[in-house]
Design a binder for this molecule. Structure first.
Ligand code: ASP
Length: 318
């Protein structure tokens, strides 16, 4: 049977950006756009996950992503169960695979997994019968964040945003958001730059298909979009920056540094934000330059799109 959106989407899981082709991505963005429109209308006619169970399995803290999947699942009619580590038997020593076996016995249709170790969702995907969505694994990938960022760009700049120059700034080394975004934005034809102190730029970044800069003034020149990243202190062993104050002085996005970018440049941040560390409140909260609220909105819509596509693929509708 043909899918309800006219494209043979066949992925069983959503684990990494690299698994998707350009037509897969275009389809997911179009579905995301469809749900952005429907969410505004508060349409009830979208319960395509009725009778399905979505389990949110979060081994790392999350507010935005977990809630976003929960709302997306519920809007589509799924039964949603949230499991966080604090309440689970993982704290009592159960291994990841024991957890997978237990969960699998409950037959969830979709398992949304966040884990501190790279590759954990891919490992679970081999052990469970439902679809697995990677909601962030260690420093590896956060594919739904990159997709929601692309949806936000498409909404703001139009479907043809492939020519944009985009700077991803800050703690690139520890960022799964940066890794997923670089791959996706490159696939979409954007001109991607990384800006950060040498200690926070991965040593293999020269093979990522990006230009690397260590100062904001040169790096931001001609940029249409600035994606700021959080200093991921919880993933740092040792000291990567002299102090937060000094970091803000050189890399924190305030009005003065924003002026280095193209006039009209827009600012994004995946959240949670450290105000006064990587971004000033003045910039983050200015609706004329900040797309941060739109990113949250796009998050629900793109996750509805992903759930929709995976669910139809599960049912053999493609
Ligand atoms: N929320 C994003 C993540 O889970 C970014 C961050 O935590 O800084 O990777």
């Amino acid at each position: 049977m043909a899918s309800s959106y006219g494209y043979p989407f066949q992925a069983q899981h959503c684990l990494a950006i690299s698994q998707f082709s350009r037509p897969d991505i275009d389809t997911l963005l179009a579905l995301g756009e469809h749900y952005l429109d429907l969410n505004v209308q508060k349409s009830q006619d979208q319960k395509i996950l009725t009778g399905k169970t979505l389990v949110n399995l979060f081994f790392e803290n999350s507010t935005r992503t977990q809630k976003s999947f929960e709302i997306a699942g519920r809007r589509l009619g799924a039964d949603v169960i949230n499991m966080s580590v604090a309440q689970s038997s993982v704290k009592k020593g159960e291994t990841l695979l024991d957890t997978a076996t237990t969960l699998n016995a409950m037959n969830p249709d979709i398992l949304v997994v966040r884990h501190g170790s790279s590759g954990a969702p891919a490992l679970l995907a081999q052990k469970v019968s439902g679809s697995v969505i990677n909601a962030g694994d260690g420093m590896h990938e956060h594919p739904t964040q990159a997709l929601l960022d692309a949806l936000t760009l498409r909404r703001h700049f139009g479907a043809d945003f492939g020519g944009l120059r985009i700077a991803i700034c800050g703690d690139i080394t520890h960022s799964r958001v940066a890794r997923s975004n670089v791959q996706l934005l490159n696939m979409l034809g954007c001109d991607v730059r990384l800006i950060g102190p040498p200690t926070l730029i991965p040593s293999d970044a020269d093979r990522w298909g990006v230009d690397v800069f260590h100062d904001m003034e040169t790096g931001l020149k001609g940029c249409d979009v600035i994606m700021m990243l959080r200093l991921q202190l919880e993933r740092m062993s040792g000291s990567f920056v002299p102090s937060k104050r000094e970091y803000y002085h050189f890399y924190g996005l305030d009005r003065a540094k924003l002026a280095f970018a193209k006039p009209g440049a827009m600012v994004m941040h995946p959240g949670p934000m450290n105000r006064g560390v990587e971004i000033s409140s003045d910039v983050a909260d200015d609706p004329d330059v900040s797309l941060i609220t739109q990113q949250v909105e796009s998050g629900v819509a793109i996750r509805m799109g992903i759930l929709h596509a995976l669910s139809e693929a599960q049912d053999g509708i493609s």
